[in-house]
Design a protein around this ligand. Structure first.
Ligand SMILES: [Zn+2]
Length: 196
């Protein structure tokens, strides 16, 4: 493993001093305007892509940027969504997919996941994405990535905190796809405040 503490030392020495004022304010203030839900993929770094400063993005990263639909059983993703929307009062939510997504590739190409049963179960949250992408033909990873962003936005809207904020027109949902090779972001048509 690379010595990440070297990175910490560099941060303290070369980066932190210029942002000391920002961090001093953030020590007692947490008011992000945006909830960013992206893939856990190491190549998709929300703050880098959006050039955001600390304190600006509330981030949830899951395999395949999947957002399980609401269920009465609490889980970490649902709790983080509720906290961002109901407590922090974010005004925008981005669900961001990306090119070359391992999760979407596994689904589109029907990979054998018997050796990764937790992954296989988790990816069932993309069943609707697969159904939506079916018309594009099997193996169409890019089509599935887009269909999945759209499907996860719909799942997001089933969470009561999100549904309430959409009904009160204080939340806007956005769908993005990040292309790793070019660094570009394409957007689904911005979804208006009535939801998806
Ligand atoms: Zn991914």
């Amino acid at each position: 493993m690379p010595d990440l503490m070297d990175g910490v030392a560099n941060f303290r020495r070369d980066v932190f001093p210029a942002k000391a004022g920002l961090f001093a304010r953030l020590a007692t203030e947490h008011r992000p305007a945006t909830l960013f839900i992206g893939c856990s993929d190491a190549r998709v770094v929300p703050e880098l892509i959006t050039q955001s400063e600390p304190g600006e993005l509330f981030v949830i990263r899951t395999a395949g940027n999947l957002v399980p639909a609401h269920s009465p059983t609490a889980d970490g993703t649902a709790a983080s969504i509720e906290y961002a929307v109901s407590v922090l009062g974010v005004t925008d939510v981005i669900v961001c997919g990306h090119s070359g997504c391992g999760a979407m590739t596994a689904l589109a190409e029907g990979h054998d996941l018997t050796g990764a049963p937790q992954v296989a179960t988790w990816l069932r949250h993309a069943d609707a994405s697969l159904a939506r992408a079916a018309t594009a033909g099997p193996g169409e990873v890019a089509a599935l990535v887009w269909a999945n962003v759209s499907a996860q936005l719909r799942n997001l809207a089933t969470h009561p905190s999100v549904a309430r904020a959409l009904a009160e027109r204080r939340l806007t949902l956005h769908g993005w796809v990040f292309d790793i090779a070019s660094g570009t972001v394409d957007r689904l048509e911005t979804l208006d405040r009535t939801g998806v």
